[in-house]
Design a binder for this molecule. Structure first.
Ligand SMILES: Cc1cc2nc3c(=O)[nH]c(=O)nc-3n(C[C@H](O)[C@H](O)[C@H](O)COP(=O)(O)O)c2cc1C
Length: 165
């Protein structure tokens, strides 16, 4: 069974989460394709999709939106998991209302949409970005929880193994 893991990332935090998910799914024996959304030209031969994006100004990045738009009809016929990365610095990482992430998840029915905290490292950002994030009250740090990400990957692997039997 072939799984596409695709994610949009501007400063690398989301890409590393996608890499980790891809790695875990491969450890579970799946044939994993790891691509940026803009590099995906076809879903031929793909049996399941994990699609994610960093959240900027309350929405997914354009390439991830575009991926969901381009493949909306194909994605209806296969299992899809979605994840959003953001929220670092929001007290206690209170998840944002998914409907605010944009119309993307109303177009494609995901089995599950997970929200993972990302990171805020000021030296990775330009002045404008640093100003926005500081004004939003973000706390500096890397809040990615690799155990939670591994656990989620395991859930995906197990769900797919159930449906393929
Ligand atoms: C300019 C800017 C705007 C952001 N807007 C949001 C937002 O609206 N909601 C949110 O949850 N996180 C927001 N974030 C936090 C990012 O999603 C977070 O830093 C994430 O880890 C970035 O992922 P990346 O390194 O893959 O680009 C914002 C960050 C920046 C720099």
């Amino acid at each position: 069974m072939r799984i596409l893991v695709t994610a949009s990332s501007k400063h690398g935090a989301t890409a590393e989460i996608a890499d980790a998910i891809a790695g875990h799914l491969a450890e579970h024996g799946y044939d994993v394709l790891r691509k940026n959304p803009q590099d995906v030209t076809s879903l031929d031969g793909v049996d399941a999709v994990v699609c994610g994006s960093a959240v900027y100004m309350m929405t997914w990045m354009e390439q991830a939106h575009d991926f969901m738009d381009r493949f909306a009809s194909e994605l209806e016929g296969i299992p899809v998991w979605a994840f959003s990365v953001g929220m670092n610095g929001v007290p206690a990482h209170v998840p944002q209302d998914p409907s605010r992430i944009g119309p993307v998840l109303t177009k494609v029915k995901a089995i599950e949409h997970r929200v993972f905290p990302g990171r805020y490292i000021p030296s990775l950002l330009n002045l404008r970005e640093r100003t926005i994030v500081r004004l939003a009250g973000a706390v500096e740090g890397d809040f990615r929880d690799w155990d939670v990400i591994e656990e989620w990957s395991r859930t995906i692997a197990e769900t797919l193994s159930d449906v393929s039997q």
